[in-house]
Design a protein around this ligand. Sequence first.
Ligand code: PLP
Length: 427
Amino acid sequence: MASKLAVHGGDPVVASGQIKPWPWITDDDRAAVASVLDGERIAGSRESESTGLAAEFAEYVGTKHCVPCNSGTAALHMCVAGLEIGPGDEVITTAHTYWATAAAVLHHQAIPVFVDVDPATYCIDPGLIEERITAHTRAIIPVHIHGMPCDMDAILDIAERHGLQVIEDVAQAHGSRHRDRMCGTMGACSGFSTQMSKNLTTGSEGGLFVTDDDVILKRAETLQYLGEIVVPGRERAEQEYNARGMGWMYRGDVFGQAFARSQLRRLEDMNDARIANCHRLTRGLKGVSGIAAPFEPDNVRHTYYNYVVTVRPDELGLDIAPVAMRAKLDTALRAEGVDVGLWQRMPVPSQTVFQSRVGFGKGYPWAIPEARDVVYHPEDYPRAAEFIDAALYVFGIGPPNDTDLMDQYVDAIAKVLGDVDGLMAVE
Ligand SMILES: Cc1ncc(COP(=O)(O)O)c(C=O)c1O
């Protein structure tokens, strides 16, 4: 007889304490941060850690320049400013992302325009981009969501035909590749996040701006240091205290940079382990009804920042909305000891900021006289909404967690979905 679900008093499949937290911190990481504290002067370390991380990350991704900053949102804002996108300009992006992608556009008084997702990859659907291009459109921001590379061939082709720039949001895709090209190297410039959950992290907050272009670099550098160009750590010797233009304070943090440099040395190996874990899950879930594992195209390296399954009530003969089944499954799997949860609750254009167009107040940036009247209809993004309602995020997939843990996850999922009555009885 099948064992009772843990949510109803049975034994959990995954014993407590088995799931190791992310980021995976080693003695090398500890030594890297301690060396900043033990150095002669923190100001000296500020220069060497910032320039060191910039050089090492640029080499890793294969771009000419990198500027470490204090968040992925800042890095994306630097991209928008670096391309001189400004008030009233339109920028096309995906309806399914963390809203920081769109916030970076709004931060420079430009107007986000959203496109629904591809139902297989959950990245922006290139087939729906051209109908959103207007005379005001300046750029496209594809987001390599969950670590899945976007269809960059199609996106770059559209951009070229319409004279648009491409900014890559690589917040979730350090080391992902589209065919043999590294994500973050295909657009004019790109923004990575190194916030603590990311595959490459500062352990706290942080971001990385990258570009090959010297002019875009200068504009982005100016934006991130309050309108001046200053090398971190050399302020006293060199700062002019003369703002050359509008700027924000987006300087990066020295301790986080030391941590990220240490983690970067292991990034490819850690990504390999994460990918192996996720492939194990996908193989294990193949025969399990009621749930779909994520799709992975042949021509990509998907680094699985997130592993997302979608519920399929119809496969179990259930007449229940996916969102309701997902809630029961979420509760039941947590009780089994599996680290699962939710991420986005609605497509970005459905969020209040776009529904009420509050922005900077007084209707800006939408009220800018030269701007087109861009409105956001929630019903225009049905695939993003459908995905969000059915999606369950499986955490604990990064190393040092290994395939043994993934096998336990599969056992737990199979146990819960194999007991439909028990699942339906979950409150
Ligand atoms: C897709 C995406 N873009 C941008 C960001 C913003 O990065 P940060 O939180 O470092 O500002 C995130 C952060 O989670 C993200 O997931």
